[in-house]
Design a protein around this ligand. Structure first.
Ligand code: C2E
Ligand code: CA
Ligand code: CA
Length: 754
């Protein structure tokens, strides 16, 4: 119960008690007054009357005795009559007092009067009968003695009556005293009770006052309202806030919508946010129902909210392109795979992007990615994509989802059209700082649910489709197919078998000789890896298993084995038939941290071996990361080994780089050699390459020479060396001696040399 009500109840109790007590005391007082009035006005006069009666009787008797003695009637008779009338008068006064024995007393008194008369008549006679007179006197005395007990009875009666009255008053007085004591005790009790609550109230008020200081000094807005939402207090911070937001006089806008609801609910607190003039305020509302007050505390969380939004945006978006990131795509993918609706997952890759970053630096790369992502997004604008639209996966990979099943032809066509739209976006070059970049795109597409019904499966399928599409030069689109999956599975099998093969030493190095076009002598060879069955039949071609070894990382131990074996072989041949042995390097091997240390170890193991070793690096490998490639090439050259660029002409290497590469040889790819005798353009190209190489002081090797005509043509244009089946297929080392003998024999008879 609120204090106010408790105090009112206490005061009412005190008032009621006081009224009751006053009434009682008033009544008691009236009775006392009546009793004392009775005493004064009735009892005391009665007692006096009785005494007077008694005195008058005694006086009457004495006068009669004196009369008898003196017979002085003249003097005594008036006195006797006076006392008789006094007695009569007093009797009159006692009459009506309902005294006990009153009538008997009166009769006796009448008797006295009669005897006195008889005595007077006797004494008045001249002949006084003295005996009779004495008899009368005795009779008088006896009558007088008889009256005394009656008068005593009267006195007792009156006294008893007075005592009763005084007892009643005393009892009334005692009760009054008890009541007053009780009232006093009650007052003390109530006073203590009131004091207790007043004390508590004062304490709480003090505490409230102290707490009330908090809002005053609180740097955050605080307001106080009644249950109707009328504001009765605004702290200085709230006023400042309203002033800053130019909302003076509009403090009602601070009141949350749910105030009334909060007021009627059981909870004493509610919270939420409100937006005022672009500021976001968080509020905590607490109702003090006993005081009919609601306190609302505000906190301006605008900046915090913005920071949270920004953080959440950052967590979900790619910082560079501001596109949704991979996480978002995977979440959306997971959601979509829970639905039954079919859709396509499209992975998109900017082909050769790495090459541009390597050439122009990361800043260009970043700008390029931003431009490219904008362009793709613009062209996808009208397309019906699934949320969250275009996403950046990593590097130059993007992804998006398109609803629909790819099983129908129209759908396939639609996807093709979509792809064409994006490809069309990149027909125009992207221009950055006056440099124009043509960005070939490739796309890999997987379908839900036909290709896979889960996120990782769909990503894997799209990825393998993308990988497939990357293999085809130029802009292209590749749907995932089970054939791809078969390839994938086959690759996995090959990978597992390859691990076994390395352990079981099923691998062998073959060596393919190269002929010096000028001298006609075999002065070098290329080591080529072979994977043979126990029967000596090739199990897989290196074209199949080398890329798998490369992908799986197996190329590292495998490449190490190749280097060690080829070095050992070159070391053997160094004494018997001096020859340069060329060794193929893969990208991963070339970039591996242990690659140069391994070369150093081999160099240390076979001192002086350097002139007999040449390392072949493919052109496309070098273009992956040009600056680090150049560093590694220098390190190889510094160790003293020869260096050649393999498959030259296929890797789009910018010719401007060629002079920066510390190389000795260019190996012209077989694809140019095949047709050079029929195709003039190819012949021109080969010729240009050879001239270029010579101008840079580089030797040239023609790969895959199979015919005499090809050799002749190459010799005409001063190609340095020839490699191909025309000279020999790759041979095991053990057959090499026999080959050399045969070759020298044939050389003179067939006349390979000009
Ligand atoms: P590559 O370095 O261009 O090797 C030349 C390929 O052409 C060899 O195929 C060789 O057998 C083949 N070839 C040589 N002359 C002729 C010819 O007149 N006609 C035809 N049709 N082909 C000819 P191979 O041995 O199957 O090797 C294929 C590729 O595997 C190599 O291409 C090379 O890139 C890679 N490779 C082979 N061995 C190794 C190795 O030990 N390490 C690394 N990293 N790669 C290797
Ligand atoms: Ca090679
Ligand atoms: Ca080659």
């Amino acid at each position: 119960m609120p204090y106010r009500y408790r105090l009112i109840a206490a005061y009412t109790a005190v008032m009621l008690l006081a009224i009751l007590l006053s009434g009682f005391i008033y009544l008691n007082d009236q009775r006392l007054q009546a009793t004392s009035e009775q005493l004064f006005n009735k009892t005391l006069p009665l007692l006096r009357t009785i005494n007077q009666l008694r005195s008058a009787k005694v006086e009457h008797e004495r006068l009669l005795y004196e009369y008898y003695a003196t017979t002085d009637r003249l003097r005594l008779l008036p006195a006797i009559q006076a006392s008789q009338s006094l007695m009569a008068d007093r009797f009159e006064a006692l009459d009506g007092q309902q005294l006990e024995m009153f009538d008997e007393t009166r009769t006796t008194f009448e008797g006295i009067k009669a005897v006195a008369l008889k005595l007077d008549q006797n004494l008045m006679n001249d002949q006084v009968d003295w005996d009779l007179a004495r008899a009368h006197l005795i009779e008088l005395s006896n009558a007088g003695r008889m009256i005394d007990p009656y008068l005593d009875t009267f006195v007792r009666d009156v006294e008893a009556q007075a005592r009763r009255d005084s007892d009643a008053s005393r009892a009334g007085g005692k009760l009054g005293t008890q009541l007053v004591i009780g009232f006093c005790l009650a007052i003390v009790g109530i006073a203590l009770f009131v004091a207790f609550f007043v004390d508590r109230y004062i304490r709480e008020t003090a505490e409230r006052k102290r707490l009330a200081m908090f809002p005053e000094r609180n740097p955050n807005p605080v307001i106080s309202t009644d249950s109707q939402g009328n504001i009765n207090y605004l702290n200085p911070a709230a006023e400042d806030f309203l002033r800053e937001q130019q909302l003076e006089g509009k403090e009602k806008q601070l009141i949350p919508q749910n105030l009334k609801q909060a007021w009627h609910s059981h909870d004493e607190a509610a919270s939420g946010t409100i937006t005022l003039s672009e500021r976001l305020l968080e509020y905590n509302l607490s109702t003090l129902k006993d005081l009919e007050l609601a306190h609302i505390h505000y906190k301006d969380i605008t900046e915090q909210h913005q920071a949270e939004q920004a953080l959440s945006h950052q967590a979900k978006h790619d910082l560079l392109t501001q596109l949704p990131n991979r996480g978002q795509l995977e979440i959306a993918l997971a959601e979509n795979t829970h639905n039954t609706n079919s859709f396509h997952l499209v992975l998109l890759n900017l082909h050769h992007f790495e090459r541009i970053t390597a050439t122009y630096g990361y800043q260009y790369g970043d700008m390029l990615l931003r431009h490219a992502s904008q362009r793709i997004n613009e062209h996808l604008q009208t397309e019906n994509l699934l949320q969250p639209g275009l996403c950046r996966m990593d590097g130059s990979n993007f992804a998006f989802m398109v609803p629909g099943s790819g099983l129908s032809n129209t759908q396939q066509q639609q996807m093709q059209q979509l792809a064409d739209t994006i490809l069309a976006a990149f027909e125009e070059p992207v221009c950055i700082n006056d440099n124009e970049f043509y960005l070939p795109l490739c796309m890999g597409i997987s379908q839900f649910p036909s290709d896979s019904n889960n996120v990782s499966g769909l990503l894997k399928c799209a990825d393998s489709a993308l990988m497939q599409s990357r293999k085809v030069e130029g802009n292209c689109i590749q749907f995932y197919s089970s054939q791809l999956q078969d390839t994938y599975k086959k690759n996995l099998t090959i990978e597992n078998e390859l691990r076994q093969a390395i352990a079981n030493s099923e691998l062998e190095l073959f060596y393919q000789p190269k002929m010096d076009n000028h001298t006609g002598a075999v002065t070098s060879c290329e080591s080529l890896l072979r994977w043979l069955t126990p029967e000596g039949v090739p199990r897989y071609s290196p074209v199949e298993f080398i890329p798998i070894a490369e992908q799986s990382g197996l190329i590292i131990p495998l490449g190490e084995w190749v280097l060690e074996t080829a070095f050992a072989q070159a070391n053997v041949w160094r004494d018997s038939q001096p020859m340069v042995t060329a060794i193929n390097l893969s990208q991963r091997q070339f970039q591996h941290h242990d690659f140069l240390p391994l070369l150093k170890r081999l160099k240390a193991r076979y001192p002086g071996i350097e002139p007999y070793i040449e390392l072949e690096i493919t052109e496309s490998l070098l273009m992956q990361d040009i600056s680090s490639s150049i560093d590694t090439m220098h390190a190889i050259k510094d160790l003293g080994f020869g260096l050649s660029i393999d498959d030259f002409g296929t890797g789009y290497s910018s010719l401007s780089y060629l002079k920066e590469f510390p190389i000795d040889k260019l190996k012209i790819d077989r694809s140019f050699i095949i047709d050079m005798t029929n195709n003039k353009e190819d012949k021109m190209l080969v010729e240009t390459i050879i001239q270029l190489a010579h101008s840079l002081g580089l030797a040239t090797v023609a790969e895959g020479v199979e015919t005499q005509d090809q050799l002749a043509a190459l010799q005409t244009i001063h190609c340095t060396e020839t490699q191909g089946y025309l000279i020999s297929k790759p041979l095991p080392a053990r057959e090499y001696g026999r080959f050399m003998e045969e070759f020298q024999r044939n050389q003179s008879s067939v006349g390979l040399i000009r």
